[in-house]
Design a protein around this ligand. Structure first.
Ligand SMILES: [Zn+2]
Length: 144
């Protein structure tokens, strides 16, 4: 744990263009290209829906386990590479949860984030923040 509990965490997401390939360093304008949206506009809190993967509600999901984040990487338009951000995350005081709570829109009072712990509903760790100011993308990893 670092002072203030700032740590690096992975976030895998969808790419809809060929950023970083063949000298292409220009982000695209597609609203469905989440890689370019994060680079240009920062993370965005998702609407509170009943999606399967929002086990802790409407937050930004990150993990220390890159293979877990890899499961959320999706490339379209025949791009054979995957894209994953490595972020600085202000975890602060994390509320540990082992079971799903899909209605969350913030951590419990007195906490700054939710720490999903493996054991019951989760197989791998995750951290969820409910303010986009708590997560800063630092590196973009492009890989096959
Ligand atoms: Zn793009």
């Amino acid at each position: 744990m670092t002072p203030g509990n700032e740590n690096r965490r992975f976030h895998g997401t969808k790419i809809n263009c060929f950023l970083g390939l063949d000298g292409n360093i220009t982000t695209c304008d597609s609203t469905s290209c989440y890689v370019c949206r994060i680079i240009n506009e920062s993370y965005r809190l998702p609407p509170l829906t009943n999606r399967t993967f929002q086990r802790f509600g409407a937050g930004v999901y990150l993990s220390a386990t890159s293979s877990k984040s890899n499961d959320y990487c999706k490339s379209v338009n025949n791009n054979e590479y995957k894209y994953m951000f490595l972020n600085n995350v202000l975890i602060g005081r994390g509320k540990k949860l082992k079971t799903n709570n899909k209605s969350l829109t913030s951590p419990s009072p007195g906490f700054d984030s939710v720490l999903g712990e493996n054991g019951e509903d989760l197989n791998y760790d995750e951290v969820v923040v409910y303010s986009v100011d708590q997560v800063i993308p630092k590196y973009l990893i492009i890989y096959k």
